[in-house]
Ligand binder design. Structure first.
Ligand code: NAD
Ligand code: UDP
Length: 319
């Protein structure tokens, strides 16, 4: 049985990856310090003999007994309000955390896949973003702690690949959504749906003309799985190129939820990227991958998930 370590395994994406690797017959070790994650996301796996959970901060030395075939480094705060609240931990998990994972990979002779992000492109001057674009990041702006940690993480990963011959893969993930997102993580989808469910107005930042392109989580997981098993070590964008303005997105959520609330405008956060859309030519050519779930289908499934939360959670996780 192949053995995989998934850091950030109790988070939104990490928990979906745990599910996928269990389904594929792996022995899965999830490692998480629960700083933004939740054990509820993986509690259904606890009874399985091929699943283990380690409560550990990956910015500290990592010890895993036995063999490892793969390491997926997904630990990191991921939403702007999270990484603004815990900026130093964000920098540490992207630097010390990946160093520990790569060191572990050398000892175990394991392949490492890192969760990079469209944020390495910053507020992009090239549209849509191809992997060749070097980005437009403000290192000392509020988002710098996340963006630069991820850029450093890519550089460290490439260095281990080049100088130590470690097998590495880099996925640049674009905005992904689905069940198990935290209602109060500040990202636009849980913010809007949570507000609609509580009967509050939807808080659009700026005039809503900024764009994003949202990928359903199952599509992302499929792309990651294919990349891990491929022999391609350069970064690959995985995302859904179906671009939409935040204003239009808000209108879609209003229609989906049937709320009588409206969109209200709040100030745009500093350095908020004006546009974002992945160029997925590489993923198509190298992995034979493209997204299958439309935004209409994905939003419906995600809305059902948020609707199933208790009223208590809905209000406890309001902000
Ligand atoms: P998340 O906050 O739900 O999950 C992150 C997990 O990492 C949490 O469970 C958290 O407790 C854990 N964690 C954080 N620091 C840790 C540490 N030092 N040691 C151990 N565990 C730690 O966020 P997510 O959306 O699931 O994101 C997962 C990864 O994917 C992140 O690396 C993020 O940067 C990347 N990513 C996500 C998106 C997206 O749209 N969701 C986009 C781009 C990149
Ligand atoms: N946004 C918004 N209202 C919210 C939360 C976010 O209008 O309550 C906007 C935000 O300014 C950004 C877009 O939605 O332009 C996506 O934000 P998110 O935090 O989800 O992701 P990121 O900016 O990291 O792509």
């Amino acid at each position: 049985m192949k053995r995989v370590l998934i850091t950030g395994g109790a988070g939104f994406l990490g928990s979906h990856l745990c599910d996928r690797f269990i389904k594929e017959g792996f022995h899965v070790i999830a490692m998480d310090n629960l700083i933004t994650g939740d054990l509820k996301n993986i509690e259904h796996l606890f009874k399985l003999p091929n699943f283990e959970f380690y409560h550990h901060d990956v910015s500290k030395f990592i010890h895993v007994p036995g063999e490892l075939d793969y390491i997926l480094h997904f630990a990191s705060p991921a939403s702007p309000i999270d990484y603004l609240k815990i900026p130093i931990q964000t920098l540490k998990v992207g630097s010390l955390g990946i160093h520990n994972c790569l060191g572990l990979a050398r000892v175990k002779n394991a392949r490492v896949l890192i969760a990079s992000t469209s944020e390495v492109y910053g507020d992009p001057l090239v549209h849509p973003q191809t992997e060749e674009y070097w980005g437009n990041v403000n290192p000392v702006g509020p988002r710098g702690v996340y963006d630069e940690a991820k850029r450093f993480q890519e550089a460290m990963t490439m260095a281990y690949h080049t100088y130590h011959g470690v097998e590495t893969r880099i996925v640049r993930i674009f905005n992904t959504y689905g069940p198990r997102m935290r209602l109060n993580d500040g990202r636009v989808l849980p913010a809007f749906i949570g507000q609609a469910l509580r009967g509050e107005d939807l808080t659009m930042f700026g005039d809503g003309s900024q764009t994003r392109a949202f990928c359903y989580v199952d599509d992302l997981v499929e792309g990651i799985y294919r990349l891990l098993l491929s022999d391609y070590a350069q970064p690959v964008n995985i995302g859904n190129p179906d671009e939409i303005t935040i204003k239009e997105f808000g209108e879609e959520i209003i229609k989906l939820t049937g709320t009588s609330q409206k969109l209200i405008s709040l100030p745009l956060p500093t350095d908020d990227p004006k546009q974002r859309k992945p160029d997925i030519t590489k993923a198509k050519a190298i992995l034979g991958w493209e997204p299958k779930v439309s935004r209409a289908e994905g939003l419906k499934i995600t809305y059902e998930y948020f609707k199933s939360l208790s009223q208590e959670d809905l209000h406890r996780l309001a902000h």
